[in-house]
Write a protein that binds this ligand. Sequence first.
Ligand code: AMP
Length: 126
Amino acid sequence: MAYAYDDQNIFAKILRGEIPNKTVAETDHTLAFEDIRPQAPVHVLVIPKGPYVTYDHFAAEASDAEIVDFHRTLSRICAEAGITADTAGGCRFISNAGEHGVQEVPHFHMHVLGGRRMGRMIEQHD
Ligand code: AMP
């Protein structure tokens, strides 16, 4: 089934300037802003400006320029926040997708979390 993009999602509204955000970085194709409920000292959301629902959707359908710009912007944010694994303590990247991934906002976003040691990656459920 093809992905259907809901342009009323909260990140689409942020991209249209309808609700405010604390911008960390912005390029032609990418926006990064602080998560409203931070779960670590650094908690930035990196999103493409295009209408992609999940990471796999973005990876399949975005242009090369969008894909490169997204990842280079993410890299720059990590360096500027001082959370890279080569020079600092490291960080975690999370992208939830769909119901099983417990995705709340249906616009692809990468959580960039750092500034503290993270817990185990996946909480166990029976
Ligand atoms: P996910 O469960 O991966 O879809 O995560 C959605 C994230 O968006 C959560 O961490 C929320 O705290 C965050 N969030 C929701 N609304 C906003 C907003 N208006 N500004 C910044 N972050 C938000």
